[in-house]
Ligand binder design. Structure first.
Ligand SMILES: Cc1cc2nc3c(=O)[nH]c(=O)nc-3n(C[C@H](O)[C@H](O)[C@H](O)COP(=O)(O)OP(=O)(O)OC[C@H]3O[C@@H](n4cnc5c(N)ncnc54)[C@H](O)[C@@H]3O)c2cc1C
Length: 388
């Protein structure tokens, strides 16, 4: 598998601190040495390498958006570079880290009690535990406000009833953050594995995200103790604030997938001879595609850098996140499609990464808010009219 090389036409690396560059290089090394040599097998066998989780913990990649509790707080740019490099490997690897850090751990960090933080965050940061985040339901994806999962107060705690679907890490998680309505208001609950009434079933028929574990969760009068409610959750804005963290990572990750496809298409067309005893890369139609990919990756990098700066200055709005999530994932999908075509028949082989990135990117444009939903968010920003 080809090693990942930077696309850096406008010296974006100069904008990063030494520490940020070091983080990028160390994650790239980890992906090159520990993940890429085996990714074809993981994808074809539909497995995720859980044995790498403690290694990612040691590298400080889990919860690196958080401070304290064993987490290595990094700048937003460094956090983004981590996601970029992981997704240059595979979106499933990046998703594991995003769900653990930005969805499970962030939910506990932002909305949990001190006791919950002490219990869950250090072990999740070390990679000694796995978390998942259950928001989507079979009938409520883009519109989670309609969720049917219910919590009812009991003498000792809460009873949960309902189901969630498409939950990353759902059947390997030690605990799930589950969103349910309590007296009509959305609240977050920690559900530990093996709790009676809680069943997680793997979704096996995926043609995308095959190196990632996805599950359905069901709760049948599932009793959880009173101390497992996330006390500071209040309405839909609580899960949405977790998603804002995760979407930021998705946008950075898409830069990694696009870069991997661009690298592969460039190298392949330099090596491949057709028609005139000259490489395909010498043909105009190939160069147009490479130039388009190069330009779109460069534009997306700078847009993402600016959003990261706004985040670190505390000036980030969710509409900024909508723009980079939508733009970068669509850009990555387009790069993957172009690269796939430029590799001809080899483009569909798992010997090369482009078809895998193409299939993964179909999920990445869909989850954490589809492209259309993010465009509607921007439409409301422009017009003041909600068209959802
Ligand atoms: C591999 C994978 C992993 C996932 N991991 C998680 C996870 O860990 N946790 C979690 O909670 N969820 C997860 N999801 C779920 C994901 O977030 C949802 O699939 C996504 O939000 C879209 O919801 P939906 O699939 O129900 O599509 P729908 O909401 O049914 O949308 C279908 C289509 O209709 C369009 N649409 C919807 N509403 C409107 C409207 N008002 N106007 C115009 N068009 C509209 C959408 O843009 C889309 O094109 C995951 C999904 C996948 C595939």
């Amino acid at each position: 598998m080809l090693k990942i090389k930077d696309v850096d036409f406008m010296d974006i690396n100069r904008e990063f601190t030494d520490e940020e560059r070091m983080v990028k290089e160390s994650v790239r090394k980890f992906v090159d040495e520990r993940f890429l040599p085996h990714v074809e097998g993981y994808y074809n066998d539909r497995t995720f390498p859980l044995e790498l989780v403690p290694e990612m913990g040691k590298l400080g990649l889990l919860g690196c958006n958080l401070e304290g509790y064993g987490c290595t707080k990094m700048s937003s740019i460094a956090y983004g570079l981590v996601q970029q490099e992981l997704e240059a490997g595979d979106a499933g690897l990046r998703s594991f880290v995003s769900v653990q850090s930005s969805l499970f751990m962030y939910a506990v960090y932002a909305f949990g009690s001190e006791q919950q933080k002490e219990k869950w965050l250090p072990k999740m940061a070390a990679g000694e535990g796995i978390g998942c985040f259950g928001l989507t339901e079979p009938d409520f994806g883009s519109n989670p406000a309609g969720m049917r999962t219910r919590a009812v107060k009991t003498a000792t705690g809460y009873k949960l009833t309902g189901s969630k679907c498409w939950i990353t890490n759902g059947c390997v998680a030690d605990a799930a953050v589950v969103w349910a309505k309590l007296d009509g208001e959305i609240r977050g609950f920690l559900v530990e594995k093996d709790t009676p009434g809680f069943i997680a079933t793997e979704i096996k028929r995926k043609l995308s995200f095959q190196a990632s574990i996805t599950a359905e969760l069901s709760f049948d009068n599932c009793e959880i103790p009173a101390e497992n409610i996330l006390p500071k959750t209040k309405g839909l804005k609580s899960p949405l604030s977790c998603l804002m963290q995760a979407r930021f990572g998705v946008a950075w990750g898409a830069l990694g997938a696009a870069t991997a496809c661009f690298n592969e298409a460039t190298q392949y067309t330099m090596d491949r001879i057709q028609f005139h005893d000259e490489p395909l890369a010498g043909r105009q139609l190939i160069q147009v595609k490479l130039a388009d990919m190069f330009t779109e990756i460069t534009k997306a990098q700078w847009l993402t850098l600016q959003v990261s700066r706004l985040k670190d200055r505390g000036e980030l709005r969710h509409q900024h996140i909508s723009m980079i999530k939508m733009n970068n994932t669509e850009m990555a999908l387009d790069c993957a499609r172009k690269a796939r075509a430029m590799l001809g028949g080899n483009g569909i082989s798992s010997e090369f990464p482009v078809m895998r990135h193409l299939c993964n990117t179909e999920t990445v444009v869909t989850y954490e808010g589809t492209t259309d939903i993010h465009k509607l968010t921007l439409g409301r920003e422009i017009t003041g009219i909600a068209a959802f």
